[in-house]
Design a protein around this ligand. Sequence first.
Ligand code: TXA
Ligand code: MG
Length: 347
Amino acid sequence: MELDIENINMDKLQVAANMIKAGGLVAFPTETVYGLGASALDDDAVQSIFKAKGRPSDNPLIVHISDMGMLNDIAAEVPEIALRLAEKFWPGPLTLVFKKSAAIPAVITAGLDTVAVRMPSHPVALGLIMLCGVPVAAPSANISGKPSPTSAQHVISDLSGKIDAIINAGSSEVGVESTVLDITVSPPVILRPGGITHAQISGVMGQVEVDPALLNMPNVDIKPKSPGMKYTHYSPKGDVFVIEGELSRVVEKIRELSAYYKAQGMAVGILATDETSSFYVASTDDVISMGSRANPATIAANLFSALREFDAKNAQVILAEAVDSTGIGLAIMNRLNKAAGYNIINA
Ligand code: TXA
Ligand code: MG
């Protein structure tokens, strides 16, 4: 279903809402990534989300709302800090973890006593939830383990034939998923870095911790608190390596590794940045710029589609430049390191 974000056809959107109300699965655009929606109050429909994605049942879903009234039915209690955060960042790319109410089926929360809630800012997402009249459970609309979809085309390539409808309203603006913030603990903890940065959140509420597992391989000592953070994720078919260090050395190392793998007859892709891509042009390398280091939001916006593009090109080895992990960079490096299965090379 094609929708124009500037002029949304509400009759068409109602058709999609009716599908969700009838227990169906509808992929829809949000400002972060495309989501795969079902009625959050329908056990069987939520069950079918897990089936379509091949998602492990111990990984809970985010419940999406279109107004604050819906929150009261979902959260057992809404602390004052939640209202302040919502005031500042909703609608938008922030997910808050609350104590759950009895109305939310256990299948959504994977048996946890907490529930993750977000009010997206994309007008199609907001309109869809409003027309459904119920909260909408929605994970990213990809096959589990693949990069999240930032276009309807990405959803089609992963889920075509497995779901009832896909609403196409163009590319997602933010490009990485929402920040997940657990406010059931004190001080609150960022479980997943995303579209809203640590600095933005601390600006509203003072002390905020960051789950130490965010940039490192989960191990026995550091267990991620957000169940989803422990799985292989964002992985294209090729082997991804992240190269970090001083930028000129990173470029040098990538050129060296590229030559090495190509000598073995492998198809190599390079994930560069606007500032560095010309350094690889002399060779026959397949180079995609993720965006500009001077404007890391552009890198966030392109990251997943770049990874998927290398899949389409059958890249066997993908060499990715690390970027500064401050601000939105923390979300970018969290996704890149996971895509690489923590194969991180220091140049
Ligand atoms: O931007 C987004 O958040 C997108 C769009 C569609 O809204 N959704 C998304 O959903 O990324 P998903 O399912 O791909 O990721 C949800 C993350 C997972 O890491 C999951 O473990 C975590 O949120 N999560 C969900 N419920 C939780 C809970 N009760 N406690 C802690 N983490 C939770
Ligand atoms: Mg996901």
